[in-house]
Design a protein around this ligand. Structure first.
Ligand code: GAR
Length: 205
């Protein structure tokens, strides 16, 4: 029996190591047909181009309009925010309800929301003195980092950690978690029930 294919758009802003994890995975992570970036210099665009994937950087002056138009053309089944550091326009969030997934480098609801992104998140976790941080994948809702949580993984912080060491350890976990999340999504194993995401019909323990 042939598998139903899943057309995905991945959105990035920088290095694109999470995008690379999806590209390198042996598991079915959808057909990535387009990589969008708000940053024309993002290395993630090069990663996509090396694989022959179309890339797109919406014009800064009419950003939302250009992005909208492109997504209308592509008609994706899902949009993966893999280190995308810009707020997604509300109209797109509404149109793709429960189809946009974000990865965040903390255990939401800690250290998340407006202004918390990339290495800054490791810095605030270290400054706060928490013993554990982690990674969260979630569906995107109208409020930044507030949508229903899909998976979370814990990362322990030790006394020798620096922003760099913690960021790198968290990133390693991210790469596995983004793949797992996209595999579940593309296999129709995630069902949103209010604030909860049922995994394969069950709440994840
Ligand atoms: C990742 O740590 C990702 O979780 C984070 O940006 C980094 C991008 O790395 N995203 C956020 O902070 C979103 N709020 P990458 O470009 O190497 O994938």
């Amino acid at each position: 029996m042939s598998k139903i294919r899943h057309k995905l758009v991945v959105m990035i802003s920088g290095n694109g190591s999470n995008l690379q994890a999806l590209l390198d995975s042996d598991a079915y992570c959808g057909d990535i047909v387009l990589v969008v970036s708000n940053n024309a210099n993002a290395y993630g665009l090069v990663r996509a181009q090396k694989q022959g994937i179309e890339t797109f950087v919406p014009d800064k002056h009419n950003y939302d309009e250009f992005l909208n138009k492109k997504l209308d053309e592509v008609q994706p089944d899902g949009i993966i925010l893999a280190g995308y550091l810009k707020i997604v326009p509300q109209q797109i969030v509404k149109q793709y309800q429960n189809k946009i997934i974000n990865i965040h480098p903390s255990l939401i609801p800690s250290f998340c929301g407006k202004g918390y992104y990339g290495a800054k998140v490791a810095q605030v976790a270290l400054d706060y003195g928490v013993r554990y941080t982690g990674v969260t994948t979630h569906f995107v809702s109208e409020q930044a980092d507030e949508g229903p949580i899909i998976f979370q993984e814990i990362v322990a912080i030790n006394s020798e950690d620096t922003v760099t060491s913690l960021t790198n350890r968290v990133l390693e976990i991210e790469h596995a978690l983004i793949v797992k999340t996209v595999v579940y999504f593309c296999n129709h194993c995630l069902k949103v029930d209010g604030r909860h995401v049922l995994i394969g019909g069950q709440h994840e323990a």
